[in-house]
Design a protein around this ligand. Structure first.
Ligand SMILES: Nc1ncnc2c1ncn2[C@@H]1O[C@H](COP(=O)(O)OP(=O)(O)OP(=O)(O)O)[C@@H](O)[C@H]1O
Ligand SMILES: [Mg+2]
Length: 234
């Protein structure tokens, strides 16, 4: 469904993504793994149209996304859950969720989707009037995911959802991602938590200093000695 080919991204004169290719299969979780500064966020931003790609192509089905601004990419069915959550701290949970639906003009369907989010994340229902900035990290992550889902994306981009969360909360977030995937939403998951990501993903790419250095099925990567040493602490 999403196909990225020979993608290059630069900030000013400095190229940080050096011609990478990957694909995200429809209805599956695909992971992009890598350490700090590898270029993971940059890749997601380039897919979303938040930073320009200097070369390569980004296609969703037959549609070329490269060169399109983020609002158009969003209209075509992509939503991103950004690094660090970036919920609107001074808005309530309810208002944050409505912000996720800002491109839609179908009030009754939006109401139904709100209800669905509250069913999926009961803790958000309990806290629907609470200011988002006062939620715990795990609750903010759930809110950020739910807000992205309110756009009804075909493809959900998740930037380090496990960041800063205790292991038990990481498990909860992972379960939520699994459930969302099982409803048919395609997911591109960026993670430094390789164990979590490989538990969820069918296929993964390892990114180092802006290049894909390895790729394979979750089983292939899990049993790969380089991945075990460098990323799984085995
Ligand atoms: N706006 C920017 N201007 C200049 N350089 C940038 C900018 N954003 C990121 N970079 C650089 O691009 C490289 C890749 O950064 P990026 O944020 O994509 O990495 P990352 O893999 O997401 O890292 P992390 O795991 O720490 O979030 C880094 O060297 C970073 O300093
Ligand atoms: Mg990042």
């Amino acid at each position: 469904m999403l196909e990225v080919a020979d993608l290059r991204v630069r900030y000013g004169n400095l190229e940080v993504v050096h011609g990478i290719s990957f694909r995200a299969e429809k209805g599956k979780v695909t992971a992009v793994l890598g350490g700090n500064g590898a270029g993971k966020t940059t890749v997601l931003k380039a897919v979303m149209g938040l930073v320009p790609a200097s070369a390569g192509s980004v296609t969703l089905g037959a549609v070329q996304l490269k060169g399109k601004p983020a609002h158009e990419v969003a209209r075509l069915g992509l939503a991103m859950c950004p690094e660090g959550r970036q919920v609107f701290p001074e808005m309530s949970v309810h208002e944050n969720l409505l912000m996720g639906a800002y491109l839609r003009g179908d009030p009754s369907a939006i109401r139904a989707d709100l209800e669905e989010m509250f069913q999926r994340f009961p803790r958000l229902r309990e806290r629907r009037l609470q200011l988002a900035g006062t939620l715990s990290g795990g609750e903010q992550e759930m809110l950020a995911i739910a807000r992205a889902l309110m756009a009804r994306p075909q493809l959900l981009l998740l930037d380090e959802p496990s960041w800063g969360l205790a292991p038990i909360i990481v498990d909860e977030v992972a379960q939520a991602i699994r459930d969302i995937s099982q409803t048919g939403t395609t997911i591109l998951l960026v993670e430094q938590n390789v164990q979590m990501a490989l538990d969820l993903a069918v296929y993964a790419y390892v990114l180092e200093t802006g290049e894909v250095v390895m790729q394979g099925s979750n089983e292939e990567l899990m049993s790969n000695s380089y991945v075990q040493n460098a990323y799984l602490g085995v």
